[in-house]
Design a protein around this ligand. Structure first.
Ligand code: SAM
Length: 323
């Protein structure tokens, strides 16, 4: 049984220490061990048995606030193979893709396992998350990250190393695709989903977005897709100096959701006719997306890239994301 750690710190707990400058350090509590910084050592035993939110002081006199990391903290600091879903988007996926306790979810690709953790937490032990990952090295990282987060194997998780394959999978409530070419899997998503189920795709670029929405429409088994992005802007609140932060996570990705129609139901005609030139623009977007997919496949094959993809963007969480 998965038990979310609560109460006083215990051996084996992950702890996040924050120093007065806001710098964070992570450790796993072990009796008799010490945590060393250039500001002196801190005995793990000083934390074990104390409540979360305690203040501990290193031998050098620096005070650290101690909490267990939130999943948002954990997921952005864990070991990565592929780029992880940023917490603001994971929150949108769990909320607006309506991942509910007991749901049966299929996910591809697992990547580093960040979204797998969010999905598993949302479905709980009585649901299921089946995650496909075609790269065995990434699958290993995902497995380690998920196990570390839950403190052992999660009973609701099945990780399949290989291409997303709908064969033998039916009656699924949600299909969540975070991969280079979700449009190739619109038919697979439709085959797996039960009527009323929902496909959710997370893509990095506008061309991917256009192609994904187009594929879901063409598939014919889905109601009209919804597409959006989320911008999260932090605020600096200090006395009368109350203003937006200078920096923000400007772009991570776009989300697309579409509900599975009942078998035999034809998608109703869209209320608004496509605007003039929309078809030509869609064809152009398809060509651009195909070209981008080719470039990414080449980047993925190049071990010099470390991670498997390169978007050419700098300085965002999405740097090593597909697209
Ligand atoms: C951006 S990463 C996913 C990150 C993941 N959501 C996370 O939060 O850690 C995309 C992953 O999809 C995998 N992938 C791409 N196409 C796939 C397919 N057809 N079947 C299985 N995995 C696929 C890639 O190998 C890559 O690891």
């Amino acid at each position: 049984m998965i038990k979310h750690p609560r109460g006083p710190f215990a051996a084996g707990d992950q702890v996040q220490l924050t120093d007065p400058k806001g710098r964070q350090h992570r450790l796993v509590l072990a009796p008799g061990r010490s945590f060393h910084t250039h500001r002196g050592a801190l005995a793990h035993d000083d934390l074990i048995g104390r409540p979360e939110g305690s203040l501990v002081t290193s031998a050098g006199g620096t005070a650290y606030l101690a909490f267990r990391p939130l999943l948002a903290d954990y997921s952005i600091s864990m070991v990565r193979g592929a780029a992880v879903v940023y917490p603001k988007d994971a929150a949108q996926i769990v909320g607006l893709a309506d991942i509910f306790p007991g749901a049966h979810v299929v996910e591809a690709g697992a990547g580093s396992g960040a979204l797998s953790c969010w999905l598993l937490r949302a479905v709980g032990e009585h649901g299921s998350v089946t995650s496909f990952e075609r790269r065995s090295d990434f699958a290993e990282i995902a497995a380690a990250n998920v196990e570390r987060y839950f403190g052992g194997p999660h009973p609701a998780w099945r990780l399949i190393v290989g291409e997303l394959d709908a064969a033998g999978i039916t009656g699924v409530d949600r299909v969540v695709l975070d991969m280079l070419a979700p449009w190739d899997h619109a038919a697979a998503a439709a085959a797996m989903l039960m009527p009323g189920g929902l496909a959710c795709c997370y893509v990095a670029t506008v061309t991917q977005l256009a192609r994904t929405v187009g594929a879901l429409r063409e598939q014919g088994n889905f109601a009209e897709p919804a597409a959006w992005e989320t911008l999260q802007r932090g605020w600096h609140v200090d006395g009368l100096a109350v203003r937006p932060e200078h920096r923000m996570v400007g772009h991570t990705g776009f989300l697309v959701t579409a509900r599975r129609l009942a078998d035999g139901v034809v998608a109703p005609p869209r209320r608004r006719r496509p605007s003039k030139g929309a078809e030509a623009a869609a064809a152009e977007a398809d060509a651009a997306a195909a070209e981008a997919a080719g470039a990414d496949a080449a980047a993925a094959a190049d071990p010099a890239h470390g991670a498997y993809e390169s978007s050419g963007r700098n300085g965002t969480e999405a740097d090593d994301r597909e697209g």
